[in-house]
Design a protein around this ligand. Structure first.
Ligand SMILES: C[S@@+](CC[C@H](N)C(=O)[O-])C[C@H]1O[C@@H](n2cnc3c(N)ncnc32)[C@H](O)[C@@H]1O
Length: 220
């Protein structure tokens, strides 16, 4: 099944509100568990960059898991960052989580200052995914942890229907719509491996970790 792109930034306030209110605890806790499992020696200090942070749920879970780190969350969508700012305040983590509007490519961040890059699910929004990997290469020092998770595009529309029914049956219509279109827009692990190869990150590869997710985890 061919990839069907979806809009890059999630700029609609209603969409952002619904996304922020959704319960992604299973997938997001899994992401944190995967980070811990792949990087048992991570000191948990410094500034961790969360690319495409959306409403900051992963940033918050990460900051709670590693109480000595700071997180800088970047997203191109103001509506998502507004939801994120509310969530960070509710979690009383304003001192350790900073959110900043930024767009890939063209993100103006100092290189070499980050102790890790984490990212969940912006890649399937991007028609030019190499911009994502090039940003990682620019900002993350060699040897530092890189942990990226996103959706796997299913083999066919019947499999898309099954996943939406299984994971979003009770979700609001806007979220069911988004989930379906995100699955259709997602990259397959073998496509991610080709991107990594082209980017000069061929020592990394995408591992399938659930019925709907792949993960890239390793030292940059
Ligand atoms: C599906 S959301 C994931 C949000 C968050 N990481 C999470 O796991 O809940 C994808 C986010 O990536 C952002 N995004 C997509 N393409 C982007 C780009 N080129 N530059 C910056 N942000 C982008 C969207 O605005 C959206 O907030």
């Amino acid at each position: 099944m061919h990839r069907i792109p979806e809009p890059e930034l999630m700029t609609d306030p209603e969409q952002a509100r619904a996304y922020a209110a959704a319960d992604f605890s299973e997938a997001h806790d899994h992401f944190i568990d995967q980070f811990r499992a792949h990087f048992p020696d991570f000191a948990g200090t410094g500034v961790v960059l969360d690319l495409g942070c959306g409403p900051a749920d992963i940033s918050i879970r990460f900051a709670r898991a590693y109480p000595d780190c700071h997180v800088l969350g970047i997203d191109g969508a103001r509506a998502m960052l507004d939801e994120g700012a509310r969530a960070v305040t509710a979690a009383c983590l304003q001192a350790r989580i900073q959110l900043q509007q930024g767009y890939l490519p063209g993100l103006a961040l100092p290189a070499g200052d980050y102790s890790a890059v984490i990212s969940n699910s912006p890649l399937h929004h991007m028609c030019q995914p190499m911009f994502f990997w090039q940003t990682v290469l620019k900002v993350l020092p060699v040897g530092q942890p890189l942990c990226v998770m996103d959706l796997v595009r299913p083999e066919d529309t019947a499999a898309v229907d099954r996943l939406v029914a299984h994971h979003a049956a009770d979700a609001p219509a806007v979220l069911r719509h988004d989930f379906r279109h995100s699955l259709l827009a997602a990259y397959r692990p073998e496509e991610i491996d080709r991107q990594l190869h082209t980017a000069g990150l061929a020592h990394l590869s995408a591992e399938r970790i659930s019925d709907r997710h792949w993960l890239v985890a390793g030292a940059r």
